[in-house]
Ligand binder design. Structure first.
Ligand code: B12
Ligand code: SF4
Length: 549
């Protein structure tokens, strides 16, 4: 690849694909595919109790923060806004970030750039680049596979090995639950930290692992706990946060780095909360005490299926691990795959029941999906089991199989997936209730802990439980009376325990806020039934821009 003729004087526009997202359209938007993490693939069957929030496009935010060229970033534009931006400024480079499902939007955006700004070089990056033959599907000058910061730096003639500058990223936006939009208070939401991309475990279906090199490979932005600590301190000061969403596919796998971070946290008396992704084998490398001291308060863990033989699950009793984590106040988000090779109509229901039986706080279900670029896709292609005519916009694991399963049909795959979400909700109740239980367990266990950092963290978490969350419990208890009496009784029992611990605060808030929340929750349920969906707001951010004018 040649450096751009203008080097780092080139004007760059980085953009995500255009919305709206949560509706069916000719560009591949799908109503089942909103731009929301939980509602898309975790709490989607939980009605008004579903946790709703948006997340920014971190890949292009990272790139923008690490180049010295004048750069605008457009996140969640409409087609009109994208066209307006192209007309308003003469961009030398237009970088489009996308995942596979949005490939048709990329094609349209490339077409628009050629029409409105024909002198711009078009660079396309992100997971969409994993599609074999993408070159012939879209009109772009460069298609970037894998890590994009170093690529963009090279393209602009900059030092690709310069240290990575981490932007201050607010993790979730416009959080909404039970019909109430939470205020965007400074420090009220976690900050996102991205220590690395990729994962060396190399599970056969995993797109992130494959995209950044596959088994044994990944790209570290911060090698040491010391570096990470410095980055987190900077972001803590800028965003006034105590909690971090650590966007690293397998954060706990890198034990030396994690323990060095813990050491620095202890020295500096940092009472941080960390939400992490980690595989069971990585979690098992730590004692519960280490996890708690490190501030791990939420863990996203692949449960897949114990019978599938993934090495990350070997030697682990998943049920026991989930229970143990929750007893220590660590919320668990499990992820189960439906449609693995050994699944049959005879065993799948039992497998889903046992996954649901782990009683995680959150549960994601996904269809086993050969996604272009993965070893599984390669294997299915070789075995001629990929189904013809499946739209790329529907290959993501939340709709129907895109391959010939030996025992389960494409239509049944969707029925099983939908049933799994419903079953989890029916048996375990709203995730918010389950989280409340875990928070209370953690607080009871650690409220007198000798480590002040740990005490402080649990006290911070329980504050919500003794106020707004207790009012939410009051509502859930009422709403479930008619649908699932036993669950309603369990919620009631939890509320009594909370009120025993916090007799004044918890009772007063339940009495004062409960009825209002009940009203907003019912109003939300009606809105959802009428087809209401949510879209993220648009962001425009310019960097090194003054010098460009
Ligand atoms: C946050 C996130 C979201 C957010 C949305 C973020 C957004 N604004 O688009 C939410 C939660 C809404 C979401 C939704 C979905 N997501 Co999502 N998401 C992620 C997640 C967890 C993190 C992405 C991230 O920021 N990573 C960190 C950054 C630094 O990495 P990156 O984005 O890959 O960027 C790097 C390179 O790719 C490259 N790059 C990226 N953009 C560009 C642009 C240019 C010009 C260049 C040169 C380079 C470049 O450089 C970056 C730095 O190295 C990833 C998993 C993961 N670990 O990455 C899944 C992931 C991207 N999502 C995925 C999917 C499938 C979905 C959904 C379809 C849900 C589903 N059914 O599974 C929906 C689609 C929503 C929609 N309508 O578009 C898949 C994509 C698979 C694929 N091969 O396309 C992933 C990989 C998860 C997975 N393993 O399956 N997602
Ligand atoms: S452990 Fe998780 S992130 Fe790593 S390769 Fe397997 S599925 Fe992907």
């Amino acid at each position: 690849m040649d450096t751009h003729p203008k080097g780092n004087k080139a004007r760059v526009l980085l953009t995500s694909v255009f919305g709206p997202y949560a509706q069916d359209d000719e560009f591949g938007s799908r109503s089942i595919n909103p731009m929301e993490l939980y509602h898309n693939q975790v709490t989607r069957a939980q009605g008004c109790f579903s946790l709703r929030m948006f997340h920014r496009s971190w890949g292009i935010m990272m790139i923008q923060a690490n180049i010295s060229a004048p750069c605008s970033l457009l996140d969640f534009p409409s087609r009109k806004a994208f066209a307006r931006e192209l007309r308003k400024h003469r961009y030398d480079i237009v970088g489009i970030s996308s995942i596979i499902v949005n490939v048709r939007k990329v094609r349209e955006m490339c077409r628009m750039v050629r029409e409105i700004s024909p002198k711009s070089a078009i660079v396309v990056g992100g997971h969409v680049a994993a599609i074999p033959g993408l070159e012939s599907m879209i009109d772009a000058d460069h298609i970037v596979r894998g890590e994009g910061i170093s690529w963009m730096r090279r393209y602009l003639g900059e030092d690709e090995h310069a240290p990575i500058r981490h932007p201050a990223i607010v993790s979730g936006l416009e959080t909404r639950i039970m019909g109430v939009r939470l205020p965007n208070r400074k420090g009220g939401t976690a900050a996102t930290i991205i220590p690395s991309v990729g994962c060396p475990m190399g599970c056969n279906f995993c797109t992130t692992s494959a995209f950044f090199g596959g088994k044994g490979k990944f790209v570290n932005f911060y090698e040491t706990g010391d570096e990470l600590f410095e980055v987190m301190c900077g972001i803590e000061a800028e965003l006034k946060v105590h909690s971090f969403f650590v966007m690293d596919e397998n954060f706990l796998l890198h034990r030396t780095r994690a323990l060095q971070l813990l050491e620095r946290m202890k020295q500096a008396g940092k009472s941080w909360e960390l939400a992490v992704f980690a595989s069971a084998n990585a979690i098992r490398k730590y004692t519960m005490q280490e996890l708690v001291e490190l501030g791990v308060s939420w863990v996203w863990m692949g449960l897949e299926s114990p019978a599938a033989g993934y090495s990350k699950l070997q030697g682990t009793d998943l049920g026991q691990l989930v229970q143990e984590l929750r007893e220590h106040g660590i919320r668990v988000q499990g992820s189960t795959i439906i449609g693995l090779e050994h699944h049959t109509p005879g065993n799948i229901v039992e497998e889903i029941e046992s996954a649901v039986g782990y009683g995680t706080d959150f549960h994601q279900f996904m269809l086993y999906t050969p996604v272009p670029g993965t070893p599984l896709y390669q294997q299915m292609a070789e075995e001629r089991r990929l189904l013809a005519g499946v739209d790329l916009a529907d290959i993501h694991g939340q709709f129907k199989f895109n391959f010939q399963h030996r025992a389960i049909s494409r239509d049944d795959s969707k029925k099983l997936l939908d049933w799994a979400f419903r079953r989890d909700f029916e048996r375990n109740g709203p995730s918010l209730y389950r989280m409340c239980r875990t928070i209370l367990q953690g607080w009871r266990r650690y409220k007198d802990c000798s480590d002040e950092r740990v005490r402080e963290r649990f006290a911070r978490e329980v504050r919500k439980l003794s106020s707004a969350y207790n009012a939410a419990l009051w509502v859930m208890e009422r709403e479930f009376r008619k649908v699932n009496r036993s669950l309603s009784q369990q919620i009631h029992a939890l509320r009594c325990e909370v009120e025993k611990e916090f007799p004044v605060a918890a009772r007063v808030t339940a009495a004062a806020i409960g009825p209002i929340l009940l009203w907003t929750a019912r109003r939300e349920e009606k809105r959802l039934a009428a087809g209401c969906t949510y879209e993220p707001p648009m962001f425009v951010e310019r960097r090194n821009w003054v010098s460009a004018s």
